[in-house]
Design a protein around this ligand. Structure first.
Ligand SMILES: Cc1cc2nc3c(=O)[nH]c(=O)nc-3n(C[C@H](O)[C@H](O)[C@H](O)COP(=O)(O)O)c2cc1C
Length: 195
């Protein structure tokens, strides 16, 4: 349907035993409650790209890159109207695997909004602030509303508490994040269509 907005949820880590898939699957469920949205999780494990080594920078490329995984990844980004990045914090930044995936694409990110779900000892704040700077250079619109969770959520899930219980306190914030993301997604879709 023409009015449906496609929101891609990007899992920002790929390591064994990662936490990112838990909030990723949760926010996907929250997105699916909204009939205006078609949500899809993009798992970087399914896109094992080499460290960026192309001759042409993505913003200057004149034809698709040859690596089929990169092409598949780029097509998924092209298909999205908005993004939610599940952003772990690694050494006060974001994971290298996420930066590599961001770097491979350019035009397909342009004029699309991005929101963040994050966690960690400083509630993932340092990771997200750095990602906002990267998003601006990709000509994206990083939105203000974000979901920041303390390290306690990782511990609780590790102890076997259900995702439902652990993430329940964030339901209202999810609604706020999704509502702001949708507003920007609609505005920027019109802009991309020249309306
Ligand atoms: C390489 C590495 C660096 C980390 N650095 C930080 C950090 O700077 N701040 C923080 O809050 N947590 C840090 N952690 C702990 C992570 O928040 C925690 O392991 C979290 O589960 C990582 O996300 P993931 O499970 O999706 O990979 C680090 C973890 C790893 C593996």
């Amino acid at each position: 349907m023409a009015n449906i907005l496609k929101v891609k949820v990007i899992l920002g880590s790929t390591r064994q035993n990662r936490f990112s898939e838990k909030p990723g699957q949760w926010i996907e469920r929250e997105l699916k409650k909204n009939s205006e949205i078609e949500a899809e999780v993009l798992d970087l494990r399914d896109y094992p790209m080499p460290f960026f080594d192309e001759a042409e920078a993505p913003s200057y490329k004149t034809k698709p890159y040859s690596d089929p995984t990169v092409v598949k990844w780029t097509d998924k980004i092209a298909d999205g109207d908005a993004f939610i990045i599940i952003a772990p914090e690694y050494n006060h930044g974001y994971p290298a695997v996420l930066k590599n995936a961001l770097d491979y694409v350019y035009q397909e990110w342009n004029n699309k909004p991005v929101g963040f779900v994050t966690y960690g000892s400083a509630m993932g704040a340092r990771s997200v602030e750095q990602l906002r700077e990267v998003a601006v250079e990709l000509q994206m619109a990083p939105i203000r509303n974000a979901i920041h969770m303390p390290y306690d959520v990782i511990i609780a899930v590790g102890k076997g508490e259900s995702d439902e219980t652990v993430f329940a306190p964030y339901a209202e914030r999810a609604t706020g994040l999704i509502s702001q993301l949708l507003g920007w997604a609609k505005a920027l879709k019109s802009m991309r269509q020249g309306k």
